[in-house]
Design a protein around this ligand. Structure first.
Ligand SMILES: [Zn+2]
Ligand SMILES: [Zn+2]
Length: 265
């Protein structure tokens, strides 16, 4: 069984000297490829170096995550295009988007930050259109604005993934209708998340991709421990059960989907 973790954050493991052990445990669990996702200028260069050191095993993306957007966002965003040059170019732009869940309590501060998030998202979508590359979307408590801004950007929906899908079945139907997709994390294993499994079934297996989003969102039965790429295997099992397909088939299909979406060599 060959699984892909289509969205993880490996910098913390590297900084603690745990990366090789984490990669070994992933390989032992059948997770043979990983995409480590950029969030701010602090991780873009380390991820490029990780990709260069692990060809065919680790790929990376570059983007300014909405939770890292501040008043200085445009300096960071203006550097993104310099990464999209071979060798070791990123496989996607992301993660980018809108996050209204983690806003400050003060309504004035929150409003200012929302404007910055929107501007940073708009500019990065424009860049993605120019680069004609896949786009990893982070969207939390902000479905309508996220959807509208992607529509307005003119970016090809076939290039769009709503990572860590956390909306309902109705929203994913809307995304799928346009040509976009959702990828699913350990949330699908949580007893408390039947609506996420409904969304999973609504989309089906045809464009499904799996991800841990580690070190966050540890799946069952590992909750309480830090998340890591090996646990894609647990997410795959739960998705296979929810979709009533054999695990082997789900692994093969999700890996093929991920390779095609990110154009992995
Ligand atoms: Zn995210
Ligand atoms: Zn992430």
């Amino acid at each position: 069984m060959d699984l892909i973790d289509s969205h993880c954050h490996l910098k913390g493991f590297k900084d603690k000297g745990e990366l090789n052990a984490v990669l070994q445990r992933a390989a032992d669990a059948g997770v043979t490829r990983l995409i480590t996702v950029g969030t701010s200028p602090k991780d873009w260069v380390p991820y490029r170096e990780m990709t260069a050191a692990n060809p065919g095993k680790i790929d990376y993306t570059v983007g300014l995550h909405p939770c890292y957007v501040d008043a200085e966002w445009s300096d960071a965003v203006s550097n993104i295009s310099t990464f999209f040059i071979p060798p070791n170019a990123p496989v996607a732009l992301g993660e980018i988007g809108l996050d209204y869940f983690h806003l400050p309590k003060d309504p004035v501060e929150a409003g200012e930050l929302m404007i910055h998030q929107e501007e940073a998202f708009r500019q990065q979508l424009m860049l993605a259109g120019e680069l004609d590359c896949p786009v990893v979307i982070h969207s939390r408590n902000a479905f309508d604005d996220t959807f509208r801004m992607i529509q307005e950007s003119g970016v090809d929906w076939n290039r769009i993934v709503f990572h860590c899908y956390s909306y309902g079945a109705e929203e994913i139907a809307k995304i799928n209708e346009c040509g976009g997709r959702g990828s699913f994390t350990g949330i699908v294993t949580y007893k408390s998340a039947p609506e996420i499994r409904d969304a999973l079934r609504s989309q089906g297996i045809d464009r499904l991709m799996l991800e841990t989003d580690c070190p966050y969102l540890t799946p069952e039965p590992h909750r309480g421990k830090p998340n890591e790429p090996a646990f894609v295997a647990n997410i795959a099992e739960r998705c296979a059960e929810a979709l009533a397909v054999p695990l082997d088939e789900l692994a093969a299909q999700t890996s093929a989907n991920t390779k095609a979406f990110f154009q992995l060599a």
